[in-house]
Design a protein around this ligand. Structure first.
Ligand SMILES: O=C(O)CCC(=O)C(=O)O
Length: 265
């Protein structure tokens, strides 16, 4: 006879509780989803990627830059996408532990939509308050982000902060296809929850959960994978379409800033 172990029952109960809480708050945390060895391999890969001077270029649409808090030159901050140049990151994005957790959350299969490796070096400014939902034609409302901590994240190095309980209100800014920061009074400051994470911890939050992050005021990196998914029933495999639309959108933005030759490589 097939017997389900106590440990399995307990794990499933904890997961069910976390998912119920996710529906209330708009986020959840899965501590130690990845082992030290697994995250060590991702950290080594991230380190090697930083040496890719052939890729890190202000004309490359794959690269995102952030102002430096000190007013110095902009700092390289993110590869978006990353899985096509980083096999360890690709393995994490396709890992069963993430897909199973999202499968329980959706009651449907999860499809990878977008994948970023955010380095957030010391001095990088961070992000104003925003929601990830952006009203493009194929943008799925089931979009959730799975944040995988490579380094420890805390207030000193500018961990992401989420605001619980706002997601049922949907999009809090104009649905006009543009990125909008939210005004500070869109949320109650006392509801800010810092996602303080250890390497290997995972946080999940939805595209209507307001979030932000402060500058990295430490001398440590705050590297994280930001992997975003949608439910299969909400558009299916959209990653290729997303990056096509995203690059078209970015080319217009770059051209507006005098960079007519930006391209993706
Ligand atoms: O790096 C962070 O803490 C936030 C990043 C973020 O919100 C984004 O990439 O949309």
């Amino acid at each position: 006879m097939h017997r389900v172990s106590e440990a399995t029952i307990c794990r499933e109960r904890v997961m069910a509780e976390k998912i119920a809480a996710y529906h209330d708050t708009g986020y959840l945390i899965l501590p130690r989803l990845f082992t030290g060895d697994e995250i060590g391999a991702v950290a080594a890969e991230a380190e090697a990627l930083l040496a890719r001077r052939d890729l890190i270029d202000t004309q490359n649409l794959r690269c995102r830059w952030q102002p430096s808090e000190s007013g110095g030159p902009c700092l390289f901050e993110t590869f978006d996408p990353v899985i096509d140049i980083a096999p360890c990151c690709a393995r994490v994005a396709a890992d069963r532990r993430i897909l199973d957790a999202l499968g329980s959350l959706y009651g449907d299969e999860a499809c990878l939509f977008k994948d970023k490796l955010i380095f957030k070096p010391p001095g990088a400014k961070g992000y104003g308050l925003h929601q990830d939902y952006i009203a493009w034609k194929n943008f799925p409302r089931s979009f959730v982000t799975v944040l995988v901590a490579i380094d420890g994240a805390d207030r000193r190095n500018g961990c992401t902060e989420v605001f619980a309980g706002y997601h049922p209100q949907g999009c809090l800014s104009a649905e006009d296809g543009q990125y909008h920061e939210l005004p500070a009074d869109a949320v109650d400051e006392t509801r800010a929850t810092p996602l303080e994470l250890s390497p290997g911890d995972v946080a999940v939050f939805g595209c209507f959960t307001p979030h932000r992050s402060a500058p990295n005021r430490s001398n440590r990196w705050r590297r994280q994978l930001y992997l975003s998914y949608n439910a299969r029933g909400d558009g299916g495999d959209l990653r290729a379409t997303h990056y096509r639309e995203f690059h078209d959108w970015l080319r217009v933005k770059y051209a507006d800033h005098g960079k007519a030759n930006a391209r993706f490589w």
